[in-house]
Design a protein around this ligand. Structure first.
Ligand code: HEM
Length: 230
């Protein structure tokens, strides 16, 4: 049976593969099956696929709503900053508080979040009508982190509480934005109703912050040793 590697364009006008072109080993004796072969190959392509009908690109199963190379490049940088912020933020929260590991991870978290803030602003302005809610969440996230960082740098009155609350809130806002945008594409998460993406990070995070404010030995100790304003 003759086989050949060719660049083919889907010959029919179906909405499934949207006339995308790709190289395929086709069975030259069975041209009738060319379309099926193209469709299957296209729809099995989970790692990267262009969906011309919707004007989007699918990367690792996550649809990115644009084929504009500038938008895609910014998304790439955005995801790197986002992942780094999630990891370093968690590391800062889980490490012993004070100068050292906690402050190093916290500083990296802050600057990664700044990277998320810059990239998400560009992405939001490029698709404002669809993304303005994400811009608001991102601005709240970065503003909270800036507040928490300034509180500790300037040693504001009751800075331990202000620092903890600001940094914790920034992490909650960041995760909320992430889930609101991507929850519908994540395994298991996509089974939840859309409204859960807005509230789940707060439902978990706010009690943790309140618990730390009331119970964390360092907050209590520092609060006792600081002079009271009243
Ligand atoms: C403050 C937090 C965040 C904000 C405000 C934000 C905002 C945005 C915006 C505006 C887009 C473009 C969406 C579109 O045009 O439809 C986007 C895309 C994306 N973001 Fe974020 N993001 C945040 C955090 C993160 C984090 C932490 C990650 C990864 C761990 C992440 C991963 C992604 C991915 C994979 C996309 C591409 C999917 C898509 O375009 O819908 N984001 N984000």
């Amino acid at each position: 049976m003759a086989r050949e590697l060719r660049l083919l364009v889907c010959p029919t006008d179906c909405t499934q593969c949207s006339r995308s072109a790709l190289a395929l080993a086709v069975d030259l004796d069975q041209r009738g099956f060319i379309h099926d072969a193209i469709s299957t190959a296209l729809h099995n392509r989970f790692l990267y696929r262009r969906d011309m009908a919707n004007g989007s690109v699918v990367v690792l199963g996550i649809p990115i709503p644009s084929t504009n190379p500038v938008f895609l490049a910014i998304i790439g940088v955005h995801v790197l900053f986002g992942l780094a912020a999630v990891i370093t933020g968690a590391a800062a929260m889980l490490s012993k508080k004070g100068r050292g590991r906690h402050s190093k991870f916290g500083t990296i978290y802050f600057w990664c979040l700044f990277g998320v803030f810059v990239t998400m602003s560009a992405l939001s302005f490029m698709r404002w009508a669809e993304n303005y809610h994400l811009f608001i969440l991102g601005a709240l996230s970065f503003a909270s982190a800036l507040f928490g960082r300034t509180a500790i740098q300037r040693r504001w009155h009751r800075w331990p509480r202000l620092h903890l609350t600001g940094m914790g809130a920034s992490y909650i806002f960041m995760l909320t934005a992430f889930y609101v945008d991507n929850g519908k594409n994540l395994p298991l998460w996509r089974e939840l109703p859309q409204i859960a993406f807005w509230f789940l990070p707060s439902v978990v995070g706010v009690p943790l912050i309140l618990y730390a404010l009331r119970r964390h030995p360092l907050v209590l100790e520092l609060s006792r040793s600081l002079p009271s304003a009243s």
